[in-house]
Design a protein. Sequence first.
Length: 364
Amino acid sequence: MPRTCIIKEDTADEGVCCRYNAGHRELHQITGIESGMTTAATLQDRFSRRIDYLRLSVTDRCDLRCSYCMPQGFSDYELPADWLTFDEIERVVAAFARMGTSRFRITGGEPLLRRNLSGLAARLSSLSGVEDLSLSTNATHLAQHAVALKAAGVTRLNISLDSLCAERLHQITRRDALDEILEGLLVAKASGFAPIKINMVVMADVNEDEVEDMAAFCFRHGFVLRLIETMPMGETGRNAAYVDLQPIRQRLQARFGLVDGIVGGGGPARYLVTPDGKSSIGFITPMSQHFCETCNRVRLSVDGTLYLCLGQENALPLRPMLRAGCCDEELDAAIRSAIELKPERHEFSEQPGKIIRIMSMTGG
Ligand code: SAM
Ligand code: SF4
């Protein structure tokens, strides 16, 4: 529900805006707009990067325990009372959308563990300004939800799958999950999702030798494979067996005769395509090839914290102001001021121990 800021003329300069503790002068300085006005301006940070993509985590829980992501036995979750409600998520998405952000991705933890996710997706996809709504999932529950998600306006899916070998996948995810994931993938394909991207985190002596098989599997089914370097997020990320993807890129290029290509999406992946142009493989290389200069995204965690970079602590908690009943202008102003805090780059290589948050806490 949009909320209007009611500002009395006589307090417009010095007063405190509504119930949220921000002076009007300060609010105007942050937003550059007069109260009561709306703005269609886009969100841009100090480094002239346009922020047109929000990833929103709807849960920090997960039914898997991927070795590079969640520690075994992990249960240090946010309390349900601290989760943003669907109404609150909708308000934040609407705020980003009116400031020019058009692409949104639902993620987690495992987002399909949140009850009535397709109900939320339907609400978000129908908001003015939301042009693209996608979902990242481990697919263990996808077979049951794919049709409803498609009907709710989710168009694109990213699915984590690190191995096609059941035993190996068990070793990585600490659960027997391959059959459910493959079933989810096939139901999603039959439901008309396109593109479906397969995210494979590549690790030394774990699944590094399987990238060719995974590529062949994806080519056969019309999926886009994306290979990902591990990031040192939390102890799990730091302990994951990092592999530089550059030699693997060369290996795949030689094996499949791949050539440089561009695949839409505006994300960090650099793509190679097959000579017939029908299939592609993306390489997400936060460690071996920084892509911070083109970063276009921020992240909202399940507790309503807006994280500005995966590899830095800069963040703004939005939940207190949402629950204090802030108006839309105050919310927009807070988001704009947060975007100002977006750091230039991560320092995963220089300070690998810096980020203790694991990926599922931030929203991957
Ligand atoms: N559960 C869903 C899934 O697995 O797709 C969505 C959330 S998951 C945190 C999002 C992505 O983060 C996955 O593709 C996963 O492989 C990636 N990820 C998690 N921890 C990572 C790490 N330390 N380094 C690189 N990628 C990581
Ligand atoms: Fe769960 Fe996704 Fe993290 Fe794996 S990567 S533990 S599926 S949140």
